[in-house]
Each structure stands twice: as C-alpha cells, then as structure tokens.
Design a protein around this ligand. Structure first.
Ligand SMILES: CC(C)(COP(=O)(O)OP(=O)(O)OC[C@H]1O[C@@H](n2cnc3c(N)ncnc32)[C@H](O)[C@@H]1OP(=O)(O)O)[C@@H](O)C(=O)NCCC(=O)NCCS
Length: 276
C-alpha cells in the first residue's frame, strides 16, 4: 500500500462526511453526519483544513485527522480510518502529520477526547505520547418540578450569547474541555434568569441539551440553577459527556436533581508538543 497524504481542503467536506460515517459505523455511540452538520461541527470547533490531514489509497479516501488551534493550544477534533484500511498505519500517519502541522503553527499542547472502551484509539494515542488526563461525564435528568423552589419567581429570558459567555467567564468557567471553551459555545443559544444565572443549550425533541450553566457566585446555593432548569421547554435535560469529573459543583447539583450518569463517558487525553 502506498498512501498519499495531503492537507484537507474546504471542498472536501462532501466526501469527508461519507468517510467519517464509514469510520464511525461500528462506533458504540451513533455518529452519522451529513455534509452540512459536519461543516457546522468543523466551524464550531475551529477545525482548520490547513492543519488537518487526509490519506488516500489508490485515490480512495481512507483516513482523516482534524486539527484545530487556539493560541498555542491545539486539539484533534476527530480522526478515523475506514474499516477496510485499518491496522495498516494510516491512523498513525495522519495523526503524526497533523501533529507536525500543529506544532509548526505554534501549538504547545494538544488535547483530544476518546470514548470509554475505545481501546484502539487509546492505544494509538498513548503510543503517540498522549496521556489520559481526566474523565468527561455526561448526564440525563428529568426536568426538575417548578414547585421545588416556590419562593423564587421570574422566568428565563433569551440572552445574547456573547453576554452570556462573558458572564460564564467572569463567574468561573475554569479549564473546560475544548468543546466547552467559550470559543466553541459562541454558536449556541443562551438564556438568563434575572441576570444571575445563564445557560446555553438547545432543544431537540423531548430533550434540552445543556452545554453550560453558571450562577453568579454571590447568588449561589439559593436554588437559581434548579429554577433555571425547571423552566426549560423539554421534559428531559441531557448534558453531553463533556463535564470534567473534577467540576464537583456541577456534579453536586446534578446529583441533587437525581441525574443519572450516562454509561458513555470520554477520556480527555493530552500531550505536550514543546521541544524535548
Ligand atoms: C482508532 C483508529 C482511527 C485507528 O486507525 P488505524 O488506521 O487502524 O490505526 P493504525 O493502523 O495507524 O494503528 C496505529 C496503532 O494504534 C493502535 N491500534 C490501532 N487499532 C487498534 C486495535 N484495534 N486494537 C489495539 N490497538 C490498536 C496500535 O498501537 C497500532 O499500532 P500497531 O498496529 O503497530 O500495533 C480506527 O480504529 C478508527 O477509525 N476507529 C473508529 C473511529 C475512532 O475511534 N476514532 C478515534 C476517536 S475520535
């Protein structure tokens, strides 16, 4: 096999969706994207085609690795090899070339996420110098009842996302994983409760997918987060598997609301690209 590796190009998105879907077809969490949702994901997470690599075998797309850079921090936003081409070194090839491109563009650290149980990917990344840094957990809960904190009044109001993100950052949004960094959240609708609590997320069917929630530190432990959640327009609240296990206040709130931890969680893995 004589693979050809090249930089991703913007117009590749149409066939990249097919390669992505083939690579993730045997994945425990379904991940089927069309070209437009893949394009949205690439924009939202700052994937840079010039810092991403694709491998072709006899002209057929076989493996891809998506790189993103924010300042001197980089992330691998996805990687996959079509099942027929696995265990032939392509995953490592596109990864190493993407890491070289990221380092040349100024990256000093790289992070990525891997679903628990994905031993193939953990093996690939450990051999490339990544270490498992922390677990990222997901939750599901029934929307809390409104009578729960009846002494509180006021409703959720739409908020400008920039203002909400500014509040999140001021109120403490420490060391989030890439997909919860403020840059990633910039495309997600926001709401606020009396200017004292903000939340970002979107409704899909009977679930509200919650990406961020924060309460002004001076108004904590007064039921504001619970009230904000009780006002969401969906029977269920889903929290994607992106919440660092060490965010103990988030864990405490979710446990107090009888949230269930999702069976699928992710490893956040990290390596340094600094010389030496
Ligand atoms: C993970 C994945 C990208 C690896 O692609 P690949 O082209 O088969 O990887 P390589 O052939 O370059 O393997 C490099 C090393 O990774 C490890 N590895 C890869 N697949 C493995 C497997 N099934 N079991 C154990 N280790 C594995 C090995 O250390 C391997 O080196 P070796 O073959 O010399 O032992 C591929 O399995 C895949 O597309 N999986 C589905 C999508 C996915 O999980 N993406 C990563 C998370 S986003």
């Amino acid at each position: 096999m004589n693979p050809e590796v090249r930089t991703l190009r913007a117009q590749d998105v149409a066939w990249l969706a097919d390669l992505h879907n083939a690579a993730f077809a045997d994945y425990p969490v379904p991940a089927v994207l069309d070209a437009s949702s893949l394009g949205f994901y690439l924009t939202e997470t700052d994937v840079d085609p010039a810092l991403s690599r694709v491998a072709f075998v006899d002209g057929a797309p076989a493996s891809f690795c998506l790189g993103a850079l924010r300042g001197d921090r980089a992330s691998i936003r996805g990687e996959g090899t079509a099942p027929g081409f696995r265990r032939s070194g392509l995953g490592r090839l596109v990864l190493e070339q993407t890491l070289e491109a990221l380092a040349a563009a100024g990256a000093r650290t790289v992070t990525l996420e891997v679903l628990n149980g994905n031993d193939a990917a953990v093996g690939l990344y450990r051999r490339s110098g990544f270490e498992q840094r922390r677990r990222l957990l997901g939750y599901r809960l029934a929307r809390p009842g409104r009578g729960f904190r009846s002494r509180l009044s006021g409703g959720l109001a739409e908020s400008d996302t920039d203002t909400a993100i500014d509040r999140l950052a001021r109120w403490g949004w420490r060391d989030p994983p890439w997909q919860l960094e403020t840059e990633s959240l910039a495309h997600i609708p926001a709401q606020h409760l009396d200017g004292r609590a903000v939340l970002l997320g979107k409704r899909r069917g009977d679930h509200f997918w919650l990406y961020a929630l924060a309460v002004d530190p001076e108004r904590r432990r007064k039921g504001l987060a619970t009230r904000a959640l009780s006002l969401l327009p969906a029977a269920w609240v889903g929290v994607p598997a992106l919440i660092p296990e060490e965010w103990w206040e988030a864990g405490a709130l979710l446990r107090s609301l009888a949230a269930e931890t999702e069976g699928h969680w992710q490893w956040e893995m990290r390596r340094s690209l600094a010389s030496g």
